[in-house]
Design a protein around this ligand. Structure first.
Ligand SMILES: *[C@@H]1O[C@H](CO)[C@@H](O)[C@H](O)[C@H]1NC(C)=O
Ligand SMILES: *[C@@H]1O[C@H](CO)[C@@H](O)[C@H](O)[C@H]1NC(C)=O
Ligand SMILES: *[C@@H]1O[C@H](CO)[C@@H](O)[C@H](O)[C@H]1NC(C)=O
Ligand SMILES: *[C@@H]1O[C@H](CO)[C@@H](O)[C@H](O)[C@H]1NC(C)=O
Length: 494
């Protein structure tokens, strides 16, 4: 149905003109893919037995918090058009498709007493069709759509949510494990905990600066580890798959070569990525996080640290629960010191515990604030993750470019992705980083959370003004298709 014709003339001339890209070929076995998430594409928010989830509630209750008061009620209508999505993936030539399961489509009340067979059938059909098309599913169990019933009992601040998540995960392993060999427990806990429970910028919209992020991170770590152990103990032998988590991070670049800025950049990444990666790959929270929060909590008059303390049993339970490192990244920040650990005591706050500020260099290409084209930052991040976290195999599970126009002639997206893939090749060949896959975000223009439909990240355009949600491949789609065929970013690779 979609043309497999290689490239538009434009995209081809673009590739030929780019002599600054790596001329190395992608290694044998390197996997390319594209990604989506349930709430951002499915629509069908209230049919076929699906329960209400956090983002349904958030967009309906606080329409003013979403650009143009939009919702994911229909989104790309992939609930009905998923076959067309798979046709697009097939013609693109990807090795894998990263998608997520909507918890409330499987368990409308969040709990296992009420299983929705129609929801199970929906995903089974997708997985079967992917198999028929030789596309490996990378399946995320939780991409931010928490059943509303579980939000109402405290959401990610209630440690029992970890139990509910584990029980849901077990059902997914049981029902879908025949088809799914790569599992991702949770997508970007940092985005949820900082955006949803501290900055108030994402659902559920809380500004719990004192301890929201720490509680949320604590519960996410327990939830992830429980699901990992269930897979490991009950399913791995018979299903032979692997399981990990997806963590997001920008690169933290010191604003200058001063000792203070270099330390600030290290602290900044520990208070970001480190809060989630450290417990899983190294054990416990990063030391600087433990120390800073404890020091400030004491000065603020608390009788214990605002950071929940892991028991030794929990540390051991969480450590080592990842079969690879799933990494999402979109940009880089310049970092400097905002306050020392004993300064600005007053209002208890994650931001002051961290004590850093970061910003983007205005010369870095960007059309929306959170995506900046800084390929050298990506290379440094890959090297950092590889060295810091014990040389894990890294799968880039999301990376891509956002624009506001949604143009089909998306030269900026091609530029961004080609530069990032080139940086990835440099990380692999020059720095020895074991990065085994790359996943473009996103297959489709979709519901970009609080930015609604104003920010487009798809390599396929979706017409949100038409009931059919017509899909049209962009130039970047054809460009990526060519890379997948040639395994090469330039005219001739060595
Ligand atoms: C699930 O939630 C719905 C809506 O709140 C409620 O009507 C129903 O009784 C619940 N079902 C179960 C089995 O808990
Ligand atoms: C820091 O030092 C390095 C090596 O001397 C140099 O390349 C870089 O530009 C310096 N960075 C800043 C921000 O001054
Ligand atoms: C990368 O990691 C995988 C999984 O651990 C391993 O099989 C492979 O040999 C590694 N490749 C390199 C180049 O280190
Ligand atoms: C909408 O899609 C249906 C089914 O693919 C097709 O028959 C119909 O012609 C489309 N309508 C328009 C206006 O594109």
């Amino acid at each position: 149905m979609y043309s497999t014709t290689l490239l538009t003339t434009f995209a081809l001339s673009y590739v030929l003109a780019k002599s600054d890209l790596s001329n190395r070929r992608f290694p044998d076995g390197f996997k390319f893919g594209a990604a989506t998430a349930s709430y951002q594409i499915e629509g069908a928010w209230n049919i076929d037995g699906k329960g209400v989830q956090l983002w349904d509630w958030y967009t309906h209750t606080y329409p003013d918090r979403i650009d143009e008061q939009d919702t994911g009620d229909v989104a790309c209508d992939s609930y009905h058009k998923w076959r067309e999505d798979i046709d697009l993936l097939k013609a693109l030539g990807v090795n894998h498709y990263r998608l997520s399961i909507s918890w409330s489509r499987i368990l409308p009340n969040g709990t296992v007493n009420n299983i929705n067979p129609t929801g199970i059938e929906y995903y089974k059909n997708i997985f079967k069709t992917l198999r028929e098309n030789d596309i490996e599913p990378l399946v995320t169990l939780y991409h931010w759509d928490l059943p509303i019933t579980l939000h109402e009992i405290g959401g990610w601040t209630n440690p029992l949510i970890a139990e509910y998540f584990a029980e849901y995960a077990r059902i997914c392993f049981r029902e879908f494990g025949e088809y799914v060999k790569t599992w991702i427990t949770i997508n970007e806990p940092q985005s949820t905990c900082s955006g949803g429970y501290t900055a108030g910028a994402k659902a559920p919209g809380y500004s719990l600066e004192a301890e929201g992020l720490y509680l949320c991170a604590y519960v996410h770590m327990l939830a992830h580890a429980k699901a990992y152990h269930i897979y490991d103990e009950e399913f791995r032998d018979s299903q032979n798959g692997r399981i990990s988590i997806v963590l997001d991070s920008a690169w933290s670049e010191p604003a200058s070569n001063s000792t203070s800025d270099i330390e600030a950049a290290q602290t900044n990444i520990e208070f970001g990525l480190g809060i989630y990666a450290n417990p899983i790959y190294l054990g416990n929270w990063p030391k600087i996080v433990i120390d800073n929060v404890a020091t400030r909590s004491t000065l603020e008059g608390f009788v214990r640290s605002r950071l929940p303390q892991f028991s030794q049993e929990e540390i051991d339970f969480i450590k080592g629960t990842a079969d690879f490192f799933g990494l999402n990244t979109y940009g880089t920040g310049l970092v400097t010191l905002h306050n020392k650990v004993d300064e600005d005591i007053g209002i208890p706050s994650y931001t002051l515990d961290k004590g850093t500020t970061s910003w983007a260099d205005p010369s870095w290409p960007s059309d929306v604030p959170w995506v900046r084209q800084v390929p050298w930052g990506f290379r440094k991040l890959l090297k950092y993750v590889y060295e810091k976290y014990g040389h894990p195999e890294i799968v880039v599970t999301e990376n891509g470019w956002a624009d506001k126009t949604g143009t089909l002639n998306d030269v900026d997206r091609i530029s961004y992705i080609s530069q990032y893939l080139s940086a990835l090749l440099d990380a692999y060949y020059e720095d020895g980083v074991n990065v085994s896959g790359y996943t473009v975000w996103s297959l489709l223009d979709n519901f970009e959370w609080t930015n609604g439909y104003t920010q487009k990240l798809g390599i396929v355009q979706v017409d949100f003004h038409h009931d059919n949600r017509t899909r049209t491949p962009k130039d970047s789609y054809y460009w990526y298709q060519n890379v997948l065929q040639t395994k090469c970013l330039v005219e001739n690779c060595i």
